[in-house]
Design a protein around this ligand. Structure first.
Ligand code: SF4
Ligand code: SF4
Length: 248
């Protein structure tokens, strides 16, 4: 995203809209105070362009080429990723599990959301996490944008040119058996020490009859030092046609 310094009057109206504080004041050669955008910080989310309603039409977009265009793909909530058919940075994941049956009994569906508005994430950090997880045999979800850009799903490595990309966040998605969880959770904790961002860690499981969370899952997560949030997204089982596992 850019600001045309010839049109900008430096009113600062656009500044609060940026989730990454990429706008800054500067002076033109003839001494006028204007606002500009730090291109390294900007994740091309489009919010200032769409929402600030600049009276002087000073904010403008240019067509981006790879790898710069990946910033918008992962940061602009209005862009739909062709592989997942949903806008945003991940897949429809657990919200559609009753139909897709992606997460089965005894397995956990995990999503690491790296970066948040205000901080963002550099993809060199995403690469650190994906390569660490791949070494533990994690199988990444195919439809996910981060998986799509991996050089090799088995190593989890991202292309060098993408390691310089910054986005608002990036979601890494995978499933695993409960007995694989301790090693995976330990890997996440160790890798987190090397990261220059924050992450949240949603985990989805099929509930037992009566709606109880499997005790084994709770024990493993808590033994690893994580605290399960009381907030959750509950799938009500109303989707049709319902996916049924063998024996259901
Ligand atoms: S809203 Fe427009 S005129 Fe005001 S600082 Fe931003 S770009 Fe410049
Ligand atoms: S496009 Fe988004 S990240 Fe870039 S300057 Fe505008 S609000 Fe900030």
């Amino acid at each position: 995203m850019f600001i045309d310094e010839k049109k900008c009057i430096g009113c600062a109206k656009c500044i609060p809209y940026c989730p990454l504080q990429a706008h800054y004041f500067t002076r033109t050669e003839d001494g006028r105070l204007v606002v500009a955008i730090d291109q390294e910080k900007c994740a091309e989310c489009g919010v200032c362009f769409r929402m600030a309603d600049c009276y002087y039409n000073a904010i403008y977009q240019v067509e981006q080429e790879y790898p710069r265009d990946i910033r918008a793909l992962l940061s602009d909530p209005l862009i739909e990723f062709a592989g997942s058919n949903v806008p945003g940075r991940g897949t429809a994941e657990i919200k559609t599990n009753e139909i897709t049956g992606r997460v089965k009994w005894g397995r956990a569906g995990l999503a690491l959301e790296m970066g948040r508005p205000g901080i963002g994430v550099k993809w060199s950090d995403v690469d650190k996490m994906t390569t660490s997880l791949a070494k533990k045999g994690v199988e990444f979800v195919d439809e996910n944008p981060v998986t799509f850009f991996m050089k090799d799903k088995k190593t989890g490595e991202l292309p060098d040119e993408l390691k310089e990309v910054r986005s608002i966040s990036a979601i890494i998605e995978f499933d695993c058996d409960f007995d694989e969880l301790p090693v995976i959770l330990e890997t996440i904790k160790e890798t987190a020490k090397e990261l220059d961002t924050v992450f949240s860690f949603p985990a989805g499981v099929k509930l037992l009859p009566g709606g109880k969370v499997p005790e084994e899952f709770v024990r493993i997560v808590e033994d690893a030092g994580f605290t399960l949030s009381i907030n959750s997204k509950n799938n009500m089982g109303l989707g049709r046609p319902r996916f049924r596992e063998e024996g259901e």
